[in-house]
Design a protein around this ligand. Structure first.
Ligand code: GDP
Ligand code: ZN
Length: 304
């Protein structure tokens, strides 16, 4: 069928090859490749309007970013609404990884959820302790990607049309989970390789996958350790898991950091015992770290 280049067609970027993107069109689900500049700034999940060879990006609802080892920020994907934070009994995640990732997700307007993978290993103590600490804050899915145990509740979590990505330390099982949820992925990689006459690996391609039961998953190779993502002190104070408010007991000061401010609702709840001392200590430790890293950045900027 000949394409009509005179009409606007709206779609979403489902794959990114550097100099071209693949767009899936909303009206008919058809896909086509559109050439883009290497520096176009378009990412997976971007809503676009294509007219002939011209691609125009629509405003984004959310942006998923990471910071690399040298401190540069990279935009990875757009218009996600969920972020799955994956942990496992082995390898254990760095200290405070989960708190940081939850705060980073909420700051980016994504709803975080927790996957505890490898429940086929000795994991009941981990599951119990994570449920106790985070159960009231986020949805928790204990499962085994390799053994395909406990996947249905996670499929259901996505099925009403959510778009998400997984983050977590290398080795916790993010790729295994992606493959378990989207069996078509392995097949797709094979298809792409057919086109690749130089025999290069195609693993650097970012892709957006439709889940068989509904919802979408973004696969961004290289996006492994979300611990690098910077969070600010106000974000930490607003989004620390366990400090959620129902609006009744809010702190007197809107920008309260819950350290020594008067009429702080968090401190009051620590005193009442509804927030555990241990969680509050973790918060203060993270707050110190985050404030110190801001000072570092200022000094770095000043030197430059
Ligand atoms: P990633 O680095 O987070 O993408 O992790 P991978 O998916 O590559 O998995 C890392 C290792 O964990 C591999 O050896 C997997 O076979 C193993 N693995 C993944 N899921 C499970 C699971 O449910 N149980 C067990 N025991 N091992 C798993
Ligand atoms: Zn406060």
């Amino acid at each position: 069928m000949k394409r009509d280049d005179s009409i606007d067609r709206q779609g979403v970027i489902v794959a990114h090859y550097g100099v071209a993107v693949e767009v899936a069109f909303a009206a008919d689900g058809q896909r086509c490749a559109v050439r883009v500049k290497r520096s176009s700034g378009h990412v997976i999940g971007d809503e676009v309007v294509v007219k002939g060879e011209v691609l125009r990006r629509l405003p984004r609802k959310t942006e998923l970013r990471r910071r690399d080892a040298t401190g540069n920020i990279h935009l990875l994907a757009a218009n996600l609404d969920l972020l799955g934070i994956v942990v496992a009994p082995l390898p254990i995640s760095p200290p405070n990884f989960l708190d940081r990732a939850i705060v980073a997700a909420r700051s980016a307007d994504l709803v975080p959820f927790l996957v505890i993978n490898k429940v086929d290993l000795d994991s009941s103590a981990l599951v119990d302790s994570l449920r106790a600490t985070y159960g009231a804050s986020i949805a928790i899915f204990p499962l085994s990607a390799a053994r395909k145990i406990g996947l249905d509740p996670l499929r259901a979590h996505f099925s009403s049309g959510h778009r998400g990505a997984f983050v977590g330390t290398t080795g916790v099982g993010k790729s295994s989970l992606l493959n378990a949820l989207c069996p078509a992925i392995a097949l797709r990689v094979g298809e792409l390789n057919d086109y690749n006459d130089k025999g290069c690996h195609t693993t650097t391609v970012s892709t957006l996958h439709l889940l068989p039961d509904g919802g979408e998953l973004v696969d961004t190779p290289g996006f492994q350790d979300f611990g690098m993502v910077a969070i600010s002190a106000p974000e930490l104070a607003a989004y620390f898991p366990g400090f959620e408010e129902n609006g009744v007991n809010a702190c007197r000061f809107r920008n309260c950091r819950h350290r020594s401010e008067p009429a702080c609702a968090v401190i009051a709840r620590v005193e009442q015992g509804t927030i555990l001392e241990e969680r509050y200590r973790t918060y203060l430790q993270l707050l110190d770290e985050v404030e110190a890293s801001v000072v570092d950045e200022r000094q770095r900027d000043w030197k430059n």
